[in-house]
Design a protein around this ligand. Sequence first.
Ligand code: NAD
Length: 262
Amino acid sequence: MTSADGEIALVTGAGGAIGTEICRALRAAGARIALADVDEASLEWTTAELGPGDDLASFAADLADDRQTAELPGRVREHFGGLDILVNNAGVREVLPLLDLTPEQWRRTLDIDLVASFTLARAAIPGMIAQGGGKIVNIASMAGLAAFRDRAAYSSAKAGLIMLTKVIAVECGDQGIRCNAVAPGVVETPMTSSFFHSAGMTASIRANTPMRRWCCPAEIAEPVVFLCGPQARFVNGTVIPVDGGWTAGYYGAELSPRPKEA
Ligand SMILES: NC(=O)c1ccc[n+]([C@@H]2O[C@H](COP(=O)([O-])OP(=O)(O)OC[C@H]3O[C@@H](n4cnc5c(N)ncnc54)[C@H](O)[C@@H]3O)[C@@H](O)[C@H]2O)c1
């Protein structure tokens, strides 16, 4: 028996780099996977990448839209007959100086990176309680643990997501819901591809990371599987930084070198 044997997991942002690996790892642990993303082409790509099987089903949904977000857990229940695991992984990020960030960009980032996780949890939890419990894992960021330059909306949303994680744990723990977060450091994905075109940036990442490297998406997926599994059965309301030690030491506001340093 594997750690998520027979469970049903909804993974948002499943078409993205980290989402794909979370789906792969949860599937390998025995779960059936509902893949959700706004980008239907990326959902097709992930499904092809994971290989065929009626243990996978795709759900197109725009998490910037409250109605589509609130309906998603019900769509998954209708298809698979239950929902045991919710992984709030979808995210967007603006990298702009505070004074250049518009209120529209601020709201959109907060809507997708924070409000949607609340709306999904709110829609998923009653069914989880009715079936005897469930697990929620929120993909935050080290930018939610420390302030990084040029990430006002992103850092604020991820800090809010970390606090939402704790509130859900405190409020719903006695009803069988465990809610935890993973806070990645720098992961090589399309979201961060621009970092790797800059010698200044890669040098800055190495300088700030005690392990002197960045990570790959699978290294984020493995702690997610742990948090969903029986070995984490008493782990609730916590945040696991998966950042090679970055936030254990220097809280590096240097992730965005000023243009002359790039
Ligand atoms: N890459 C990193 O270094 C890093 C570091 C820390 C945290 N994270 C977090 O990890 C998560 C995944 O990031 P990634 O690097 O795989 O990024 P990615 O861009 O590859 O994937 C994000 C996915 O979210 C989806 N998405 C965006 N807006 C959506 C919406 N409105 N509705 C539904 N889906 C939507 C995108 O289509 C995409 O498939 C994000 O929450 C991100 O903030 C990433």
